[in-house]
Design a protein around this ligand. Structure first.
Ligand code: ZN
Ligand code: ZN
Length: 587
């Protein structure tokens, strides 16, 4: 409940904050109503972002339900048309466009993409219940009561799921079986213990325990259905996990919201890979004597580059000082950004570095965890994975991957001035629409862009070692796009994928296998990194050309980030418009 009132306060604050135009006032009220309605339509998503009013809801995925969703979207699209776009502020215009995308995209997912028929892993309640069990947003009794009524709806939910499935893919069926088995654990002994430990009355407790049993039966029944009825049919008539060119283009348009088509981005990625290989070989040649003395450089350029990468990867920190190394680098990055005047970093919002919490364990590396849009005052953490459980050789292999050079690039990407800095800016334009429907390609694109920008500005002293490792890292982003597009649109096989990732992008076998699996289960998401990066670089070039001498890197960064996590395409439209001489801000 606290969350709701907080939300209303924020919205009122924005709508009173200087907008005297009645139309813009209306738009703020409209957004508020829309978001609340949207959560009621999507209770699972709502719990996930920290809005818990609809936790007890679980809709059975029937045809009637889908019809209702589509008419919800159509009616809100009609309402959007009533606003005079030109009368809205730039921030509101982007909000409007993002809501429109979301609604059109939902309709497309239901009517055209239709994964409710072919992706059995769409049906899984584990995540939603996991949030309710672990979340500390409400007293245990309140959460258990909501869970109990959600459980009562599970039987109808999984029955409808079974009705929906028609000729699914083998890959998504296997995933669904695995994930639903995992969901069974959520209803295990620790949940039963917390029922006993709660202050609920005896009858309520008994009801809950019965509902837990029924919930487990519903999940088990779905697993049995997938294992016994669906799996045997898959050899003969499973659907190809490749969605094909036409569907891929459409999904790209809906998910990425780019100025380019998927095909155009794929072509750019192929060109970029070629250029990167050229640059990498140049750098390798330059350093060869230093690292290999008189040994002849192999004529196969990819082999030569690989040898150089391997030798540079030996420079890494000790397993016990992994976290200390990161802790030491963050202030160095901050100092560099300040010294070069690249971006204002709010000193009031320092990044808290912590050891990865136990529930995240296993995902080694480093990641940002940010508070959700309904938890404005929560801390942002930089989670650093521990190498404690690694054997000597596992640790060595991991440390070679995150060697002296790559670790710095990772910190740029995740923290400063990458994801973390973007997030601070994004929170300063407090639009719930932008944080809920934040554009993945913009968010990832920014982090990837900052890697390049920092090196261009001289981070790493322009050493060939740093640049070579940067290109290796950038090649990963580029090849994610090539892989995704080639697999879904050009029928790329697993062997061809391994050749791309291992031989041409210098990845470890295990990493490449994981990437292949991800490409079979998802579509388009792997393109987001390169697409966002490419579009930001293009926009920067356009503005440089337009402004000439007046172009200022810091202002570019700050203005770009001021739009929140909106698609680069919209930010571009606004920034190119805003760069007209008569509108230019003097700073
Ligand atoms: Zn070593
Ligand atoms: Zn990222």
């Amino acid at each position: 409940m606290r969350n709701v009132s907080l939300f209303i306060v924020i919205v009122l604050f924005i709508s009173c904050g200087g907008n005297k135009e009645p139309k813009t006032m209306d738009f703020e009220a409209f957004k508020e109503r829309f978001i609340l309605d949207f959560w009621k339509q999507n209770p699972g998503w709502a719990s996930y972002v920290g809005f818990h009013d609809y936790d007890s809801l679980l809709y059975a995925p029937t045809q009637e339900r889908r019809d209702a969703e589509v008419s919800f979207c159509k009616s809100y699209l009609d309402s959007l048309n009533q606003f005079d776009f030109d009368k809205l502020t730039r921030a509101q215009q982007t909000d409007l466009l993002m809501i429109k995308n979301q609604l059109e995209s939902s309709i497309w997912y239901t009517e055209t993409y239709r994964s409710f028929e072919w992706n059995p892993s769409n049906y899984n309640v584990g995540g939603a219940f996991g949030i309710m069990i672990n979340g500390k947003y409400a007293p245990l009794e309140e959460r258990l009561t909501a869970m109990s009524s959600k459980m009562e709806k599970m039987d109808a939910y999984y029955e409808a799921a079974k009705q929906n499935i028609k000729q699914p893919t083998k890959e998504h069926t296997e995933l669904a079986i695995m994930q639903n088995k995992g969901a069974l654990d959520v209803f295990g002994p620790s949940l039963i213990d917390s029922v006993h430990a709660s202050k609920l009355g005896q009858t309520e407790k008994e009801n809950l325990l019965t509902n837990i049993e029924l919930a487990k039966m519903a999940i088990q029944d779905y697993i049995d259905f997938l294992e016994n009825e669906i799996t045997p049919t898959l050899e003969e008539q499973s659907r190809d996990f490749r969605i094909g060119k036409e569907m891929f283009e459409q999904k790209f348009k809906n998910d990425i919201v780019s100025s380019y088509s998927a095909d155009e981005i794929y072509q750019k990625a192929v060109e970029t890979k070629k250029k990167i290989h050229g640059k990498m070989f140049e750098l390798t040649e330059k350093m060869w004597g230093t690292y290999f003395n008189k040994q002849l450089i192999p004529s196969d350029t990819l082999v030569a580059i690989k040898m150089m990468i391997d030798v540079l990867s030996l420079e890494h920190c000790h397993r016990d000082s992994f976290m200390a190394t990161i802790e030491q680098q963050i202030p160095e990055l901050t100092a560099f950004v300040k010294e070069k005047d690249l971006l204002y970093l709010d000193p009031e919002k320092p990044l808290v570095i912590r050891k990865e919490p136990a529930y995240m364990a296993g995902v080694a590396g480093a990641s940002i965890s940010a508070p959700g849009p309904y938890d404005k005052f929560g801390d942002t953490y930089y989670n650093v994975g521990t190498l404690e459980n690694y054997t000597e050789s596992e640790a060595e292999s991991y440390l070679r991957e995150y060697n002296k050079y790559i670790l710095q690039i990772l910190n740029i990407h995740e923290a400063i001035p990458g994801h973390y800095a973007q997030l601070v800016y994004s929170n300063e334009s407090p639009s719930l629409v932008k944080s809920v429907f934040g554009n993945g390609a913009m968010i990832e694109g920014w982090a990837v862009y900052t890697e390049r920008m920092m090196l261009e500005e001289g981070y790493g002293n322009n050493s060939p070692e740093m640049w070579l490792m940067y290109y290796k890292w950038n090649l990963r982003t580029t090849c994610n796009t090539i892989l995704d597009y080639s697999v879904h649109c050009n029928g790329m096989t697993e062997d061809q994928a391994m050749d791309l990732l291992v031989d041409q992008a210098f990845q470890q076998e295990a990493e490449a296998k994981g990437k292949w699996r991800r490409a079979t289960l998802t579509q388009v998401q792997l393109c987001s990194y390169f697409t966002g990066f490419y579009e930001i670089m293009q926009l920067r070039n356009e503005l440089k050309e337009k402004k000439g001498e007046a172009f200022d890197l810091k202002s570019f960064h700050e203005e770009f980030l001021s739009f929140g996590s909106a698609p680069v395409k919209y930010v571009r439209e606004m920034m190119l418009e805003g760069s007209e001489p008569q509108l230019a801000k003097s700073e």
